[in-house]
Design a protein around this ligand. Structure first.
Ligand SMILES: Cc1cc2nc3c(=O)[nH]c(=O)nc-3n(C[C@H](O)[C@H](O)[C@H](O)COP(=O)(O)OP(=O)(O)OC[C@H]3O[C@@H](n4cnc5c(N)ncnc54)[C@H](O)[C@@H]3O)c2cc1C
Length: 488
């Protein structure tokens, strides 16, 4: 059964009406193509080298498709490398019994472990220093080393024959009617065009789909907000035994009041606040032990109302993020036992963006389906990641955190299909989903599984000469299972 047939039987086409009335549509004039040098020709172009883009490119190339992967940075991995975000969130079902995100994600983890760059998720338990002592929805996370992750992704792309181009920013799509047939890039060589048989949008922000004319919403249209951004940083030289000894006696005091978390080191934050040495918008800190015992990842900064599609907004956020990191380092040195000599290893080379555009297709994944544990027929990803919407209550530290009560939920193939544009698939953070639903599946293991599904779907479409919306999803699911994905 293909997507059109599925819609007519499932009745989901009704969602299309809502999409067409969205106020947020691309009106930018396209003006660069006529001046671009025709530099590349490829069968599949993947734009964005984050976890989802890498998995899309590798899975398509392994199926024999000539694939080009471009990124505007200098490495693959997106938020997981440039953004220093980690650990990988859980890849298990809600009971923590079975690993349900497998395929390329599992291969990445195995390759990292072989290099000494990760701890297998089966060995990691929630409520410990590896999960910032969070004790719900975090069973079997995967700590990893961001530098080694860059190498693993480079190696996987090279082995699969993916042509990778760094320092290449997507500027605009090349369109033939409503079909995307390539892209214009800004590279150090100038403005260059890529001709492509199909394109996958793995930019996180949905930039390709948006510029090609797909409808999009920014953040949560009901609240008019996006989740806050955070600049991650890493510290080493921490006396981990002393830090654990400081935290563990306070575990019974961990609590959440009116959406505000009083978790790790909230008692030390209160001391700093009383001394006038804390002006950050949170009452506790999230610090996660990494692979090396003295190294910790810190997810503690918070910057509200950042628009990731606006350079000035991003610039202001980066500066504020670094300021907050300095304040936090002072806090760790002065107030936290075990952290007196902590060294700042580095801040992310890019601001951590949790949310920006959500591209809409005919089907928009409702958060209620995740809560209800719905597993649609065209499921291409099973996950149990919690619904995690930071700052959802509008206050400085408030948020919505809802661990999954059912064992798992499914994400349908339909979420990868943008409305109005053919020859294009979505993957990763920007897929067609409600803001709160995206708050659950935006994390890296699901993003990688979505990427594997998008790359496999593109390969099948290119081999069959069909558009993504007519691909038989049963064939896609079978191909994913053959490649090691778990679909139940
Ligand atoms: C603060 C924060 C904390 C998080 N914590 C966790 C966590 O603990 N565990 C977890 O698993 N996940 C976590 N996540 C989520 C996760 O990191 C991201 O949602 C995930 O990386 C999304 O993958 P992606 O491939 O869709 O996008 P990204 O990782 O954002 O990758 C997109 C890539 O595309 C590139 N790109 C964008 N635009 C262009 C363009 N125009 N031209 C060329 N290239 C472009 C970007 O530079 C980037 O490399 C967190 C995210 C944030 C922001």
């Amino acid at each position: 059964m293909n997507r059109r047939e599925f819609f007519s039987t499932a009745g989901t086409i009704a969602a299309a009406g809502a999409v067409s009335s969205l106020p947020f549509a691309c009106s930018d004039a396209r003006s660069f193509h006529s001046r671009a040098k025709n530099a590349y020709k490829t069968t599949l172009l993947v734009v964005g080298g984050g976890p989802s883009g890498v998995c899309a490119a590798v899975s398509a190339a392994r199926l024999g498709i000539e694939t080009m992967l471009i990124d505007n940075g200098n490495c693959l991995g997106g938020m997981g490398t440039k953004g220093l975000v980690g650990p990988f969130m859980t890849c298990y079902d809600a009971s923590g019994t079975e690993m349900i995100i497998r395929g390329l994600f599992e291969e990445v983890v195995e390759r990292l472990i072989a290099k000494g760059g990760a701890i297998h998720p089966s060995e990691i338990h929630q409520g410990t220093e590896f999960t910032a002592w969070i004790s719900e929805g975090h069973e079997h996370c995967t700590p990893f080393d961001a530098e080694l992750l860059k190498v693993v992704y480079d190696e996987m792309c090279a082995e699969a024959g993916v042509k990778v181009l760094y320092h290449a920013s997507f500027l605009e799509p090349v369109m033939k009617g409503s079909r995307i047939v390539g892209a214009v890039l800004l590279t150090p060589s100038g403005v260059e065009a890529v001709e492509a048989g199909m394109v996958i949008d793995a930019t996180g922000d949905g930039t390709v789909a948006y510029r090609a004319g797909a409808p999009a919403v920014f953040g949560d249209p009901d609240s008019g907000r996006v989740q806050p951004a955070s600049l991650f940083f890493r510290m080493n030289n921490i006396d981990t035994d002393a830090l654990i000894a400081e935290v563990v006696p306070h575990l019974p005091e961990f609590r959440r009041v009116n959406g505000v978390s009083y978790r790790c080191l909230h008692w030390r934050v209160a001391e700093a606040e009383a001394a006038g040495e804390w002006d950050l918008a949170r009452k506790s800190v999230n610090i996660w032990r990494s692979v090396e015992k003295d190294q910790w990842v810190a997810n503690c900064t918070r910057i509200h109302n950042v628009d990731a599609t606006n350079a000035q907004s991003l610039t202001d956020a980066e500066i504020e993020g670094r300021r907050q990191v300095q304040e936090l380092m002072h806090f760790f040195h002065k107030y936290v036992p075990g952290c007196e000599k902590a060294t700042l290893m580095g801040t992310g080379s890019t601001m951590g963006i949790r949310e920006s555009r959500h591209i809409h297709g005919d089907f928009v994944l409702p958060v209620q389906d995740l809560i209800d544990g719905v597993i649609p027929e065209d499921t291409i990803l099973l996950s149990a990641n919690s619904i995690d919407v930071h700052g959802a209550m509008g206050g400085p530290a408030g948020g919505l955190y809802m661990p999954i009560k059912k064992d798992m939920y499914g994400v349908p193939y339909r979420c990868l299909l943008p409305a109005n544009v053919s020859g294009l698939l979505l993957t990763g953070r920007c897929i067609s989903a409600e803001s709160a639903a995206a708050g659950a599946i935006r994390v890296m293991p699901p993003a990688m599984a979505l990427g594997q599904a998008a790359g496999t779907a593109a390969a099948l479409c290119l081999q069959r000469g069909c558009n993504p919306d007519t691909l038989d999803y049963a064939d896609l699911r079978a191909a994913l299972v053959r490649a090691g994905a778990f679909l139940g």
